[in-house]
Design a protein around this ligand. Structure first.
Ligand code: CO
Length: 302
């Protein structure tokens, strides 16, 4: 082996090793900092869907939430108990997701409700969020955003976006029929309320619901008296999932499409959930931002 030729060569080699060591220390330290969870998170809570294709709405929402809150980590929970654990994604429940965020060291959580109206699911979510407030360990701040429709302003804004975007190929004289899930919860009043603001903008825009009021018969009667011949049928639901596929557009004689066709209407199906419309997502996010404003803490309860 060749001995070091000069003192200078020897020193250069030692300095080189020291620099390499320092670089390695910085690399590992940097890596562990990067792995430390962010303190702030957004938990998006959706009902969930068994229809793979319908999840495009969730992907669109997630992307837009990340753009609106770049310093927040984004997590998901599904509220449909029957769907939990059955999907490839193994979605956690809201409770599981909040507990995990707390255990991970997240201090500040904004809960983003992807519900359309403040019905039973949303009120369950209020209770869940309350249960995580003020625990000795875990989350320090937890705030809940409102569902899409939650006050006069949100109804007016949603009506304007829906009339414009829900069926862009619709021509004058053709109807837009927005099919909501519907509920027997008192918040079912949001559907007739939306009809009121839609009618103010477009006399051929109608709301119907699968499980509440106005029901299919009422919506059909309204379209008949308006004298429309062609109907653009669109789900008034976050995702175009199982209800769209079967109750609205399905091949069975009881589907809305088939019943309308049997009545002489021409039907165009809009296979797109509300969560695929960037303007509606912005409106939803506006509600979350309002709820997150410091002066609004714990004041969100439609
Ligand atoms: Co349902």
């Amino acid at each position: 082996m060749k001995p070091f030729q000069t003192v200078k060569d020897f020193l250069m080699k030692e300095i080189g090793m020291a620099l390499l060591g320092a670089a390695l220390i910085f690399f590992w330290a940097g890596k562990s900092w990067a792995e430390k969870p962010l303190e702030k998170a957004i938990l998006i809570v959706a009902f969930g869907t068994s229809v793979e294709k319908a999840r495009v709405a969730y992907a669109t929402v997630e992307q837009q939430v990340k753009e609106a809150f770049p310093d927040h980590r984004v997590e998901w929970a599904w509220s449909a108990r029957t769907l939990l654990g059955t999907t490839p994604a193994r979605m956690p429940s809201t409770q599981q997701a909040l507990a995990k965020l707390g255990a991970d060291g997240t201090e500040d959580v904004l809960v983003f409700s992807l519900h359309v109206i403040p019905g039973r699911e949303y009120h369950d979510l209020i209770q869940t969020v309350k249960a995580f407030e003020g625990l000795p360990k875990g989350l320090k701040e937890i705030r809940l955003g409102p569902p899409l429709l939650h006050d006069t302003d949100s109804l007016k804004a949603a009506a304007a976006i829906l009339v414009k975007n829900a069926a862009t190929a619709r021509k004058p004289g053709e109807a837009l029929l927005l099919a909501g899930h519907g509920t027997h919860h008192p918040a079912g009043i949001y559907y007739p309320a939306l009809q009121y603001y839609l009618s103010a903008l477009d006399r051929n825009a109608f709301v119907g619901t699968i499980e509440g009021e106005p029901d299919f018969e009422e919506a059909r009667a309204a379209m008949k008296s308006a004298g429309v011949k062609k109907v653009w049928l669109a789900p008034l639901m976050t995702v175009a999932g199982d209800h769209s596929r079967n109750d609205l557009f399905g091949p069975e004689a009881e589907s809305w499409k088939r019943r309308l066709e049997a009545d002489g209407f021409t039907v165009e199906c809009v296979d797109r959930g509300l969560g695929e419309d960037r303007e509606l997502i912005s409106l939803w996010i506006k509600g979350l931002k309002d709820a997150a404003a410091p002066e609004k803490i714990r004041k969100v309860s439609p």
